[in-house]
Design a protein around this ligand. Structure first.
Ligand SMILES: *Cc1c(COP(=O)(O)O)cnc(C)c1O
Length: 355
């Protein structure tokens, strides 16, 4: 039976990315060696990193003066690297979910943190709109897509301070104005590659402004200077990321991903709103196009386990909601075909007819 992969992360990748990476693991560039057993300094590997950096810059229209890094440690490591490198006195954060909260916790170890707003009291069901960012902060940190609660910033906020964005779960799904940011980061395992590599886009001139000592490995400048080759980078995930970047470009880039994301979201949210058995959990204007969260309507609560079983038997994978929200979460990352979303919608309609 065909599987429809709605996993939240690690998650769906284009088939050709998996096939090309599998091939390189068997034989890298006809060298007779596996991608897993070559040096990251081999002359054939440098072009992989160079092309991945170039495609990042091209696809996201990254202006001059920015570096693209491929590091280890996950997005969670960036929660501390960001304040280490950029927080001299004071930073602003907005609390929109579990990941934002973790970022805030780390930043507090480095200086004053102003939490400009929080939607925690309302179960993180929306992105606060009424807030003010002090003009004297070093940066304002946002989580552009809240993977667990299914809310998303649709546009970059209008503020007069530099932005830092955790874009782990919506990178390449919509156009962004990189010039507003001094740093954009994310774990690759939601929209780009298998787990193991973290992407960081950093504005070069924003570095070197804090007075503290920064440990070598946690200093962005180290990795900027060495082109992500200060130590051994995650070779296999970077290779896979390159395959995804090539795929993104061939499909029509971010503009096309944006169109597809809207199409998938319209289809699935349309069904959630129409179907009497289900209701969405996030406020409509802040609904994420990447992580679509829904629960059984109150009168049908007892059908939750039945629907999960019904959908699983029809090939749906990974639709159980995060334990802190319950219900269902269909993660629809860039590689998700519309047909899989249609298959889930068909399940919801069939299930409705039975009740
Ligand atoms: C998954 C996720 C993280 C954590 O990523 P790791 O690479 O596992 O550390 C952080 N932020 C967001 C928005 C995420 O979706």
């Amino acid at each position: 039976m065909k599987k429809h992969n709605f996993n939240a992360g690690p998650s769906i990748l284009p088939r050709e990315v998996i096939e090309n990476t599998a091939q390189a693991i068997l034989d890298f560039n006809g060298s007779g060696l596996s991608l897993m057993e070559i040096s990251h300094r081999a002359k054939d590997f440098q072009p992989v990193v160079d092309e991945a950096v170039a495609l990042f810059k091209e696809l996201l229209h990254i202006p001059e003066g920015y570096s693209v890094l491929f590091l280890g440690g996950g997005a969670s490591m960036e929660f501390c690297m960001v304040p280490y490198n950029f927080l001299e006195k004071k930073a602003a954060y907005i609390n929109t979910g579990t990941w934002a909260k973790k970022a805030i916790k780390e930043a507090k170890g480095f200086g004053e943190v102003v939490e400009v707003a929080s939607s925690e009291k309302d179960g993180f069901t929306y992105i606060p709109k009424d807030f003010e960012v002090p003009s004297d902060v070093d940066y304002f940190h946002i989580t552009t897509n809240n993977t667990i609660y299914g809310t998303e910033w649709r546009t970059d906020p209008e503020v007069n301070v530099p932005l830092v964005g955790d874009m782990s779960s919506d990178i390449f799904s919509r156009p962004i104005d990189v010039s507003k940011y001094i740093c954009i980061y994310g774990g690759a395992q939601k929209n780009l590659a298998p787990a193991g590599v973290t992407f960081v886009i950093v504005k070069n001139e924003a570095l070197g402004k804090v007075s503290r000592y920064i440990p070598t490995m946690l200093n962005y400048q180290t990795h900027v200077d060495k082109g992500s080759m200060f130590n051994t980078p995650p070779v296999v995930p970077i290779y896979a990321a390159l395959q995804t970047l090539r795929w993104l470009k061939a499909q029509g880039g971010v503009e096309e991903m944006n169109r597809r994301a809207q199409q998938r979201a319209d289809l699935l949210y349309g069904e959630i709103d129409r179907n009497k058995l289900f209701r969405g959990t996030a406020k409509k204007e802040d609904r994420s196009r990447m992580n679509i969260c829904f629960v059984m309507a109150d009168e049908y609560k007892e059908l939750e386990a039945d629907f999960l079983k019904f959908a699983t038997e029809r090939g749906m994978v990974g639709i159980k909601g995060h334990r802190s929200v319950g219900g269902f979460r269909a993660s629809c990352y860039n590689a998700m075909p519309l047909e899989s979303v249609q298959a889930l919608v068909d399940c919801m309609q069939e299930f409705e007819k039975m009740h």
